[in-house]
Design a protein around this ligand. Sequence first.
Ligand SMILES: Cc1cc2nc3c(=O)[nH]c(=O)nc-3n(C[C@H](O)[C@H](O)[C@H](O)COP(=O)(O)O)c2cc1C
Length: 192
Amino acid sequence: MKFLVITGNPKQKGLCHALTQEILRGGRDGGAAMEILAVDKLERCHVCGDGWGSCREQHRCAFGDDGFNGAQEAVKEADLLCFISPVYWGEMAEGIKCFFDRLRRCEATKQFGGRAADSVFAGKQTLLAASPGGSGNGALSCLEQMDRLCRHTGAVIFDYISVNRWNNDYKKQAAYAAAKAMAEGRKNGITL
Ligand SMILES: Cc1cc2nc3c(=O)[nH]c(=O)nc-3n(C[C@H](O)[C@H](O)[C@H](O)COP(=O)(O)O)c2cc1C
């Protein structure tokens, strides 16, 4: 199983990094091949034409050679997904939000032609993780943004995890366990 962790964290240390490491460790211990995709430096959507560009009909970004095309392919190749971001202003960090804005246009539009099942997200178990490392505020609104993306694109939300400065001892354990359970094949809806 390929388990892709898509991160918007610009830092190589700190809370979000530590949370990412726990998720990677959990997935590995569950037997998955873990990959990390950093999307925080990609360009934002150019909002082509009168609001739609090649994303609507061709499901490709006209400016995809900045690394976006490869990232879209990596999501397609993955069996399991995790979205992880620090909480900035109660939202996903700007870089990962920009990436998902572009990818949603390419993938959610497949349902217009009755091809929702072709979305690179379709049916994939997805862990949503946010780290509100300052006030601790904004976890819900950040996770809600990720939730909406999943609902537009057909990703299946496995769980929501938020980790802050004063709960990270037990919440990192939960993140590890969630990634491990996913890698071992647990699915949303299975009663234990
Ligand atoms: C521009 C910016 C906005 C932020 N907004 C919030 C916020 O709304 N809520 C919060 O709890 N922390 C906020 N923070 C702190 C980050 O969430 C924190 O840096 C993040 O959890 C990652 O922790 P780390 O930097 O130790 O990895 C913000 C940080 C930045 C740089």
